[in-house]
Structures are given as C-alpha cells and as structure tokens.
Design a protein around this ligand. Structure first.
Ligand SMILES: Cc1cc2nc3c(=O)[nH]c(=O)nc-3n(C[C@H](O)[C@H](O)[C@H](O)COP(=O)(O)O)c2cc1C
Length: 355
C-alpha cells in the first residue's frame, strides 16, 4: 500500500528521513516544455529552511535542491522529475532518549504500534524535514499554474491574533513570522522569546489565499477541490484543523449572512462577499480560494512529561535537541506548496475533462 504519494494527474511521491543522507520528491505528470531550473525552486525552500531566526529550530540545513531527472535543456520533458535535498546537519545522539521512550504528542508511539520498528533519529519519516520535499514539489506545481498567485501568512500565534485592519502584505517578508501585521509581529517576538527560553511551545494559525484561478477547477462530490485541499493540508505534520472560507464560523451564520451576493460584472460575475472561500459544489468560483490551517504546539518540549518506555514502563521524558518552538511559523511555506500542488492537479484534471 502506497501512502507516500498525493495527487491524481500531477502526482508526487516524497521519500527520505530526517537523519538519512537525503530526502526528496518525484513529481510525475508534469506537462512538458515548462522552463525550470533549481533557481526557480530554491526561493521556496529558502523560505521554509530552518535556522533562519532564533524563533525556529537551530538545525542548519542549506536545503539546496537538485533536479535529477525529467528536465532537458532547461525544460520539463514530461517524464518524472526527481528532486533531491541533502541532509547535512544531523545530531542523532540527541535522540537517544526518544529511542527508549515515547514523546507524548509526537508520532513515536503510533509508529511503533504500527510498524514495530522505527527510525527514531530526528523523528525519522515523521520529521517535518519531509516537508522540504513537498515545498520543492510545490515549486514545480507553481510552473503549471502561472496564472495563480499564492500567499500564506501566519494570523495567530499562541492565541494572539493579528488585527485584520492592520493587514499589510508587504510586512510578511519583514519579520521572521510571515506576519502581515507589524504590531502583532512585535508582540510575537516577545512572546516567542519567552516560549523559547522556557523550552515550551505554542500553536499557530496559517491562512493561505490563492488568486487568479478561473471558475471551474475542481469536481463535484468525490473530487471536490475543498476536500482535496483539506486532505493536502491535514497531511502536513502537526496540522489539526483546516477551514475553507468561513469554515466553522459559517455554522453560526444565517443564510442571508453566509450568502455571497452576485452581480453582473465586466468579465463575469461580481461577488460582494467570499464566505465560501472561492469554492462552491467542490468547484472554484473564480473568487480567491481561502484556506486556514491550525498547527498544534510542538510536542518536543523541555518540560518533563509522563510517558512510557518501549517496554511499557512508566517514565518521564523531556526532549533534548533542536526543535521549533512554534512549528506553524515554518508551516506557512509548506501550506503554500500544498495549495500549489492541489490547484495544479485540478487545473490538469479540468483540462482533461472539459478541454
Ligand atoms: C515546519 C514544521 C516543523 C516542525 N518541527 C518540529 C520540531 O522541531 N519538533 C517536533 O517535535 N515537531 C515538529 N513538527 C511537528 C511534527 O513533525 C509532528 O507533530 C509529528 O510528525 C507528529 O505528527 P502530527 O502532529 O501530525 O500528529 C514540525 C512540523 C512542521 C510542519
């Protein structure tokens, strides 16, 4: 049973572990003739790369992506594109305790329960190092959907949300939190400094907006665009919730409040609101696609937690090593990548069926 692949026509498979020599992705189904080189993918990996501020893990990984196949004379050939990223900064000895006992909240116990054997070094396959491969694959997907712009940013850390009235997209690159509100970013710096020093962790909410896609991508019922987006986002490590458009808040609105009134526009309908998050009946409406993703707090923390050993004995564990005090921060580029991969797949599916 393969559980390492995602997508239908644009299908990618990721491989590799945190402390193995390398990890990567194979992207299959990419149309031929698209201009591509490592330089087109690297900026997305650079955005996700660890060790760029004191608020993320201090593991130093250059995350240089190499294209091994599927490209000739600077263009995709239509054959599988293999992408590889080397692991260069592992400290496996930090995980000697995790080899013997399970981190509460992490995947250690569940992996052992399922496979009876696990690569505990850095979390092995359950490590979010794997998301580097998705981000590289997402860079390929973006080439398939040049008409679409995708932007993800953090709207909330540790329960402290941005002020929507202060939203400024140009701020996102100005702080280490992908935060569109300068004042919130300043508050988060203070908050995260305390969290980091105490060895604790906090959760975060990432919002992602895709603009420029036409009406018509997606499919009814079993191929719904929103269902595929939810699956893609829930597949990211540490994600515990996904909302499309108003999400759970829609359940508290009346039909009048939740309507997205339509009027004739110059090039198609003009909508007065976007409670639906750009998707109706599983199909894009041409409005921006809006997804919100909830990341739980990092489970590797310095506070000792009750747990059990592999032999089932009671013990306490605190996690040494270099960890992200808030995984949602570096989750933003991963969310963008998954949005790109789903939209590119649906563009090809739409073209396949409807021309
Ligand atoms: C970008 C990113 C970085 C992460 N870094 C860490 C980390 O440093 N330490 C940790 O314990 N978990 C980290 N995680 C979360 C774990 O990978 C995740 O909790 C674990 O695989 C268990 O899966 P689940 O939380 O989806 O159930 C990170 C997640 C993401 C998306």
């Amino acid at each position: 049973m393969s559980v390492n692949s995602f997508g239908r026509l644009l299908r990618f498979t990721t491989w590799g572990e945190s402390h193995g020599p390398a990890l990567g992705a194979v992207v299959d189904g990419c149309p031929p003739g698209l201009e591509i080189d490592e330089g087109k993918l690297q900026p997305f990996l650079d955005a996700r790369r660890p060790g760029q501020s004191k608020f993320t893990t201090q593991r130093q990984e250059p995350d240089q992506v190499r294209i091994l196949s599927g490209v000739f004379e600077g263009k995709t050939t239509g054959t599988p594109i293999s992408l590889m990223i080397e692991n260069v900064d592992q400290r496996s000895k930090d995980y000697s305790e995790v080899a013997k006992a399970y981190r509460p909240g992490h995947a250690d116990y569940a992996y052992d329960a399922k496979y009876g054997f696990r690569d505990y070094r850095g979390g092995g396959r359950s490590s979010a190092r794997e998301t580097a491969a998705r981000v590289a694959a997402g860079g390929v997907a973006r080439l398939v959907i040049p008409e679409v712009s995708i932007l993800a940013y953090v709207t909330e850390i540790g329960g402290d949300a941005i002020d929507r009235a202060s939203f400024d997209a140009s701020e996102i690159a100005n702080n280490p939190f992908f935060c569109p509100d300068a004042q919130a970013a300043a508050r988060w710096a203070t908050q995260m400094e305390a969290v980091r020093k105490s060895g604790s962790s906090v959760g975060a909410v990432v919002e992602c907006i895709a603009t420029g896609l036409p009406a018509g991508w997606g499919a009814p019922l079993y191929g719904k665009l929103d269902a595929d987006l939810a699956a893609a986002m829930m597949g990211i490590n540490a994600v515990k919730g996904v909302e499309i458009g108003d999400g759970f808040a829609a359940a508290r609105l009346s039909g009048e409040q939740n309507a997205d009134p339509m009027y004739p526009g110059a090039t198609g309908p003009r909508f007065d609101a976007n409670h639906a998050g750009g998707i109706a009946g599983g199909i894009s409406t041409g409005q921006p696609v809006v997804v919100r993703v909830a990341f739980k707090p990092t489970s590797s923390i310095l506070t000792p937690q009750p747990t059990i050993t592999r032999d089932g004995d009671a013990t306490e564990l605190f996690t040494k090593g270099r960890h992200d005090p808030c995984v949602g921060i570096r989750g933003a580029p991963v969310v963008e990548a998954m949005m790109a991969l789903v939209l590119a797949d649906h563009k090809l599916l739409h073209r396949g069926q409807c021309g």
